[in-house]
Design a protein around this ligand. Sequence first.
Ligand code: ACO
Ligand code: ZN
Length: 165
Amino acid sequence: MQVILRNIGDCNIRRAEPSDLISVMEINLKTLPEHYSDYFYESLLSELPEAFIIAEVAGKHVGYIMCKTEFGFSNFKKLGFVKKGHVVSIAVIDEYRKKGIGNALVEESVNGVKIQKCDEFYLEVRCSNNEAVRLYEKLGFVIKQQLNAYYRDGEDAYLMAIEFD
Ligand code: ACO
Ligand code: ZN
């Protein structure tokens, strides 16, 4: 059964299902240089379906966010060991950007990782990716670190994170 989370105009924001994964991979290939194996997409969906979210307009996939959970050192508390949500990847296809879809995908993934009792949520983003950095900042993420040559092409990443109450 499809779990619809909200609508933005004619765009449905809903949880992903296995039959969505091919389209998610296609969007990823078109929009980002970081790609993953089929198995990785399947494992993210089976391990954290609450935060694997699709944006769809009239049956066409236009965006996704997918995440995982990890245990590790806090990005906020000295010496704290916490459960963290991690945004692995988010993208909206070009023609559907600047309509609030990216914002909705991140907000719904925040709800999803909270269901899984995460204490924090974090991600890496290219330092040059102003659109994405602005989106995360508006939602309360803060830059915690700059990761030197994080990407294969040598670009640095910002590690951005948000702490839940
Ligand atoms: N009318 C006009 N502007 C609007 C409207 C509207 N109805 N709704 C939102 N906006 C504005 C927002 O205010 C925001 O403006 P700002 O950048 O000036 O602050 C801007 O549109 C973007 O916000 P959204 O629409 O919520 O986000 P969007 O759907 O455009 O998606 C994203 C953002 C995902 C970063 C997109 O640009 C993208 O897919 N980029 C390529 C892939 C990418 O870089 N992904 C992130 C990599 S990092 C990682 O994956 C962890
Ligand atoms: Zn990451």
